[in-house]
Design a protein around this ligand. Structure first.
Ligand code: FHN
Length: 452
């Protein structure tokens, strides 16, 4: 290949880069194939860990000796704590037992394929060494370790995708909602300097997160409901983030389309790669819509010492199955203590979920929504060539009615997934009847693999 040709090739490449950088690629004009490729790992993963951690863990739901109602990470707003007073709690944030390796191993052992941690929640406190702010763990706390850096290293070790939650709303920055003390969450209040906060603070912090911690799986935005945050900002931020990491996935809270806690976008031109139901699971699947239900294990996202209302292993495992049976992902939260420890009740439940997934993973990872309505006795998930029946309520008569899959009986064989035990089945009128062992191998959810 002669030198002239190579130099022309280089110039063309440089020109293309220049044009793209000048005019900025519009990542909203993405082909379906490219989007599918970008979403593939996320659809395979199905199960992730949410981590809400920050200065609010120090208070643990109490303020001046009194329990404060509501979710722990909102204490600055609910107790109407002035910014300068709240900063004193950062001086007490010294999680000496924090061990990123241990946290990521808990997630990996539970079968969680990605971790979404609050890089910055509404209180504005950054869990990394931000160069655009001293309101961070390095400068405002005695801990002085880059928590996100340590988590990034541990995630790489265990093959767990690292993702960052980032709050658009900011109760600490004077150009954002700090201006509205004592009601930091006044949805009607407007700060004319908010665009300056977005351009001169939020974007530079996002750039740090997107260029200094390796490839991220998801940028999980939140706090988009403020009046000052407009949909054109959402589209700009979407392109800005994808411009820094083109393959990243961004939830729908980057824009203004989310319909409250049900989490899916209302009609209109809104951006975001998936919907975000919160503390709830859609009643039915949503064909062609990607979504992820985020939930707590007790009632709070951030640590509250008095919140002992823990969901059972059964509820959590069945929630995971229910979500996947409708084509969604399950993002399950832990709220570590001010000492840097994942609460033991959370670890116990995650261990139980990991044990269940160790024998039933095939019916969850990479599965898609059931083609059938949910049966009274459990849920279905689907893969090419196999339908999975998750039996919650074991029939007393040992007979389970299944829908016909295609013509004939539709199924080549039916087995108990965990053991491979073959089950007898046959067509009875328009249904398939399968004979089950007298007692359920797994009382929470026994999975049958129906090969078709
Ligand atoms: O206000 C936040 C809340 O603190 C928590 O982070 C949840 C988790 O998705 N999101 C917001 C409430 O919708």
């Amino acid at each position: 290949m002669n030198l002239r040709f190579v130099s022309r090739l280089l110039w063309c490449g440089l020109l293309l880069m220049l044009v793209t950088s000048l005019f900025g690629k519009n990542y909203l004009e993405e082909s379906d194939a490219d989007r599918e490729a970008r979403m593939a790992w996320w659809k395979e993963a199905r199960f992730g860990m949410f981590i809400h951690w920050g200065v609010y863990a120090v208070q643990g739901g109490t303020y001046k000796g009194d329990q404060v109602d509501g979710i722990g990470e909102w204490i600055m707003h609910r107790a109407a704590i002035p910014v300068d007073e709240y900063e004193q709690y950062a001086e007490m944030f010294n999680p000496v037992f924090f061990d990123a390796d241990e946290w990521v191993k808990v997630a990996a052992d539970a079968g969680m394929k990605y971790i979404v941690i609050t890089s910055k929640h509404h209180d504005g406190f950054a869990l990394w060494d931000s160069k655009v702010s001293d309101w961070d763990v390095m400068d405002a706390s005695p801990f002085k370790r880059d928590i996100l850096r340590e988590l990034a290293d541990a995630c790489k070790k265990y093959g767990v995708r690292l993702c960052f939650y980032h709050s658009i709303m900011d109760w600490h920055h004077p150009d954002a909602q700090a201006a509205f003390y004592p009601t930091y969450n006044d949805r009607e209040a407007s700060n004319p300097r908010f665009p300056l906060y977005v351009e001169n603070y939020m974007k530079p912090q996002l750039k740090e997160l997107l260029t200094e911690y390796g490839d991220l799986g998801i940028l999980w935005f939140d706090g988009e409901w403020m009046k000052d945050y407009a949909t054109d900002m959402g589209k700009d931020i979407y392109n800005y983030v994808r411009g820094l990491q083109p393959d990243i996935i961004i939830n729908n809270r980057v824009d203004k389309g989310r319909q409250g806690m049900q989490g899916l976008d209302k009609e209109g031109d809104f951006v975001g790669d998936y919907g975000t139901p919160e503390q709830e699971i859609p009643d039915v699947g949503l064909p062609g819509v990607d979504w992820e239900s985020c939930m707590t294990m007790n009632r709070t996202w951030g640590w509250k010492s008095a919140d002992l209302d823990w969901k059972t292993d059964e509820v959590l495992i069945r929630n995971l199955i229910d979500v996947v049976s409708k084509g969604g992902n399950y993002l399950l939260n832990v709220g570590p203590t001010p000492e840097g420890v994942i609460p033991h009740p959370s670890v116990e439940r995650l261990r139980a979920m990991g044990d269940w997934l160790k024998v039933n993973a095939e019916s969850i990872y990479g599965s898609s929504a059931s083609p059938f309505e949910k049966p009274d006795w459990g849920r279905f998930t689907l893969k090419p060539g196999a339908l999975y029946a998750h039996v919650f309520e074991w029939p007393e008569n040992g007979k389970l009615v299944l829908p016909r899959m295609g013509n004939g009986t539709g199924y080549k064989r039916i087995q108990i997934l965990a053991t491979g035990e073959e089950l007898e089945f046959g067509a009875v009128e328009d249904e398939i009847m399968v004979s089950l062992p007298k007692s359920a191998p797994d009382s929470i959810a026994t999975v049958l693999r129906l090969t078709y």
